[in-house]
Each structure stands twice: as structure tokens, then as C-alpha cells.
Design a protein around this ligand. Sequence first.
Ligand code: UT7
Length: 329
Amino acid sequence: MKRNAKITGTGSYLPETVLSNSDLEKMVDTSDEWIRQRTGIVERRIAEDDIATSDLSVHAARLAIKRAQVDPLDIQMILVATVTPDTFFPSTACYVQKGIGAKNASAMDISAACAGFLYGLDLANGLIVSGQYDTILVVGAEVFNNIVDWNDRNTCVLFGDGAGAAVVQATDEENGIIASYIGSDGDYADIDLLGIPAGGSRMPVTTDAIDNNLNKIKMNGREVFKLGVRLMPEAAERALKKANVSVDEIDLLIPHQANLRIIEAVGHRLGVPREKVYVNVDKYGNTSAATVIIALDEAIREGRAKPDDLILLVTFGAGLTWGSTLLRL
Ligand code: UT7
């Protein structure tokens, strides 16, 4: 009998504090109209000062664990996809392990920017299908507000904080992860394209770096936009091809939530009608590694993703990295 990996429970958590476009109008030279038209974002959530990525993760993970009806002690591995870890080390995954009491798990972080959650799902799938693991917790979580330059209107209007989590388990059902694909291209590992210059071994955080905001996100939005519109449909097609599934069979497409125009272009290129494309970028902005799992969790709660539905998740991010997962709920 074939052994599959299946998402048996999801959860998400968004901080309560809302930062609206009109709030941003008071901070930088921007307008609600510009942000809505160019990005589709209306508001985003901001974590309180004393809240770290693992705190959001623990909230989301507890919900996922409850819905999957697993004992935290049965979780064998915790993967946390994030570019905003609590600390460089220990890993955020270890703090999550403590928070949920998953004493028997191994724990590590995944650094693949906005594609991180699907990297985690791909790893979990491989480790479960191979028979090495039965139960893995995959989290995508970010607290971006500390790495955003709140004086840079090109980036500060785009990002938000949030977390999503999925329990992935072995099953002999046909349902579950049907195809998964991840890729990257280090030729685009360019700090001027998308990244944070200071804070790593290349450039430590000095007072000079701080004075020049080099410890904050830099992005060439126009270039990243073009790459996203090309790479996400390509990634989605790889998973569809692997599974020999046609795009018409998809019940719901969940693309990375970075910009409504990118989401619409991806849906259009793939030939997925608007009503089958999930959008929540208006409410949360870009929560990086958390977007697709927050969206999947919300889609399940809203009844937009139902048992037996065929769901296609697709992401891209800095690195460049990208990934797609086709699953039957
Ligand atoms: O998770 C992956 C990471 N990120 C992304 O996927 C983001 C990808 N990129 C984008 O979403 C878009 O490129 C942006 C939303 C960042 C920018 O939209 P755009 O349509 O590409 O605008 P642009 O960069 O071409 O800028 C157009 C104008 C510029 O003014 P000038 O040079 O034409 O006078 C910008 O200075 O809009 C200006 N602008 C703004 N105006 C008001 C840029 N940001 C703002 C702003 N408010 N917040």
C-alpha cells in the first residue's frame, strides 16, 4: 500500500493590532489609493513590541495540533520557515518546541524567504513518504515589523506579521500531498534585488550600518514583480505535470500573497478563473513565509477548501526560491 503524507490540521494566528493604509499616510509620503491600486493591500497586522516569531508560531501550532487531534509528544519534527527568527540561534523551532511541549521532536528553521513554508512541506512530505517520520509540524511565521524600514515607502506598505501551521502525517489514504516541487536560483542572490544587507557574516550590524538602515529590507520591487509573475506559474505547472493533473481540475489556487496584481497575473497565466483564486493580501499584506499557510487555514475555516478538494499552493521569494504543492484535502 502506498504511503502518503497528509495535512491533518491547520492553524493560523494574526496579531490584533491593525495598521491601515491611512495610518501609513501619516508615516510616509503615500496614499490609501496608491497602495490599494498597486498592491490590493488595505491593512496589515503588526505584532506588539514584546512578541517574537515563535510566539505567533505557538498560537498557530496549538490550533493545528488541536484540529489534527495529535498529542504534542507524538510530533517527531518541527520545521519553522522564517526569515525573522527570534534569534540567529537557538532556532525559532526550538522555542516553538518549548511552547507546545513537543519534547520528542527534532527542531530546525528553514531559510527560504517567502517560499519557506512550501520548502518545509516538501521536506515533510519526503521524510514521511520515505517512512522515516510519521508526524511533522510545519510552520510559516514572520514578525516583519522589526526589519521593515518605516521611512521607505517602497517597502513599508507591503509587509505584515503573522503565522500559520500545519500538522503533516503519514496516511494510507489516496488524499494528501499529491505532488510537490521546490526550486531556487542563486544567480539572483542579490541584496539589491531583495534582502537585508547587514546583520550576517557579510556585514555585521555596526552603528554605521544602522544609521544607513542597512539592517532593514531592500527591494527592487519592479524586478521582483516581473520574476514572481514568471516563476510562480512555472512552478505551479511543474507540480501539475508531476501529478498529471490538468489546471481545470483545481478547486482552489492559493498563490503567495505579495501583491494582488501578481496574484491575478498568476491566475490568468495558469488559466484559473478568478473565483478559484484565494486572496487575503487585502487584510494582511505580505507575511512572507506565512502567506500560503494562513490562506489555506482561512480557506478551510471559510469552507472554500473542503475535504476532497484539489488545492494548488504556489510561492516565490528571495534567493530566488520558489515552490508548489498540489494536495487533496
Ligand atoms: O514576497 C516577495 C517580495 N515582494 C514582492 O513580491 C513585491 C513585488 N513588487 C511589487 O509588488 C511592486 O513592484 C510594488 C508594489 C513594490 C511597486 O509597484 P509598481 O507598480 O512596480 O511601482 P514602481 O516601483 O514602478 O513605482 C511607481 C511609482 C514611483 O514613482 P515615480 O518614480 O514613477 O515618480 C514610486 O516612487 O510609485 C512610487 N511609489 C509610491 N508612491 C506612493 C512607490 N511606492 C509608493 C508608495 N506610495 N508606497
